[in-house]
Design a protein around this ligand. Sequence first.
Ligand code: ADP
Ligand code: ZN
Ligand code: ZN
Length: 747
Amino acid sequence: MAFCQVIVDIAHEDVDRVFTYRVPEGMTLCPGMRVHVPFGRMKRVEGVVVEMAEACDLPPERVRDVADTLEDYPAVLPQLLTLAVKIRQNAFCTLAQALRLMFPAQMRGERIHDKKREYAVLLADRGISQQLLAAQARAPKRAQVLEALFASESGEIAVDELRAKLGECRQPLQALCKMGFVQLLERETLRKPYGAMERLAQQDPQLTRQQEDVLATLLPAVEAGKGAFLLYGVTGSGKTEVFIRAVRRCAQLGRTAIVLVPEIALTPQMVMWFRSRFGEDAAVLHSRLSPGERYDEWRRIRRGDVRVVIGARSAIFAPLEHVGLIIIDEEHEQTYLSDSVPRYDAREVAAWRCESEGAVLLLASATPSMRSFAMAGRGDLKLLEMPRRVGNRPMPQVHVVDMREELKAGNRSVFSGALLTGLHRCLQEGHQAILFVNRRGYSTFVSCRNCGYVVTCTQCDISMTYHSHEEVLRCHYCGEERPVPRVCPECGSPYIKYFGVGTQRVEEEVRKFFPDVPLLRMDNDTTRGKDAHANMLARFRAGEARVLIGTQMIAKGLDFPNVTMVGIVAADAMLKLPDYRSAERTFQLLTQVAGRAGRSTAPGEVFLQTYDPDNYAIVAASRQDYRAFYEEEMHRRRRALYPPYTLIARLLYEAEQEKEAQRAAEAGYRQMEAFFERRAYLRKYVIALRVMACPVKRIRAKSRWQVTLKIVDQPICREAVGKMSEIAQAPMDHGLCVCQVNPSSMM
Ligand code: ADP
Ligand code: ZN
Ligand code: ZN
């Protein structure tokens, strides 16, 4: 008799353990396979087999049979089972939740099916059939079908394609089948993202000296299947070429690779690079794919049809076997942290995966995260450096423009004189320009110049954003819309105007100064569709537009050789956010944006407009001096006891009634106090434990309170975070509680 241990797909702590089932006669099972099992009073619940067993201690009448299997192969590879267990320990979630990361959501509840396509396949020999064909003059459609099949290279055509070409052809096809000329068969097809993308086969460039040096360290590690690296290479130093060579070596050794990019916008470019050098072998995984595409890519990977997977955060769970290398490009990006349950850091998961599967980890960035650079300092990551651009191209020249001076000189435009002159020069020389608008922070709110009143959302405690196109104010948290007031509701003054800049405003101004120059604007409003990102970038690359105006989404990673000028319209918008990482983010963003300029033969020029030109993040970014920034920032973090020296965790309570949120938060606070009371050995690490209303007191008509914990970042202290997670999981009467660790926003 065979038994198996199953994790049922119910994310509740009470059932966060294995349950034993009998394997019925004739069913073949192995760990990782998905099954239907009866559970409690439910007839069929999905589950994952985690272990097989020969015997079972339970009395036979208490053990039920596995109902059936969902697939005839293990959906979860053994190494990903191990990874799920590790994630459960560290993310404080149930194993069922961790396992859900391992296959596309659409596979749960059988919401997706293989896509079948019908094909007509030519069976007859050309000579014979042509004679027959002549004899069939009475049946012209039949002849057409045969003709089309002869004309096709492979002797087969999908029926829907035939139909598109010739009109309805079911009857002639059936006749041809009867005559034995043609066979109809159904075949599975795989939907493929970016399928139609150009595929220029490309030659290898001669490596630069720096690339050679880095690869001289990296490739032996790939061969040995061991090592963790941080590649710190300035923008335009040619990091991608290093990735390509390392992945190729990996493939030569019969192993596979995962390449993570921080934004979906960057996948097409990376895919293009890899396809042009690897042929068809790269698969893509990210959340903008249609459910069908996602499922098909996952299957292609699972079947072992691909050697390279390129994708966003969740691609770290790609069901690849024989992984030899995991690359995380732009490793400093926040997008590698998942905020929803189970919360994980893709960089950390990558490190676990590499260690357990004998693979090399390569983190790369022009502006490494504090955390990774500190790890390199301690020797936990080996530092590889590329301090110069390819071909010794100069770093772009950065002009810092003090916007306070502009105002004093009577310039009320969003552009400084210097930026306009630079843009003019760039366009005259036939190059392209990027204008970057930071949308986070105090972008475009409406305020009264007389009394300072700011229009805020009634549901959320946050200023509303002005959309000039539709002439409305919109809340970016809940979507509420309101007309723009003509006079100040507070003081009646007519001097109530929008303040700050948005992409639309910048677009209007460029049109005013350069009426004939074709523009593209990329922001959340213009990139809604599935391929909108990729299409717009392709159009800019093709030179359809001379100026690209955009937000964060155009800041990083993109390589446009003809761009020689970058304008940063308001550099310090993000500096003002109440977040200990605002300086780091500002520095990273500015350096990355500036790095888009002058990546090819013509040198680049950057205009950085700011109201705070002496700020250390702005100064370091304008000099593209990562180390200077790192030293200063680490110094400040140590002084203020911020990560990576400490760990910040918070319990965020939301409820309709402010009293509810407060009451629950205070109860949570007392639980934490009692916890530290019982654990004297942790107390010395605690820097602060507080309860208070959140900086943004209301969002979507919910009041918000928080319990914050600041504690020294030691492995032992994770226990305290575990306790907070536990508190968050307990159901709350009239509200919601979540636990966040080093949250990406403390608002
Ligand atoms: P990074 O990611 O470091 O900012 P990229 O990998 O995008 O830089 O490379 C910058 C540019 O240099 C790209 O256009 C790339 O094609 C080119 N490049 C990279 N390596 C070489 C090389 N060895 N020879 C010539 N051009 C190169
Ligand atoms: Zn007013
Ligand atoms: Zn709102």
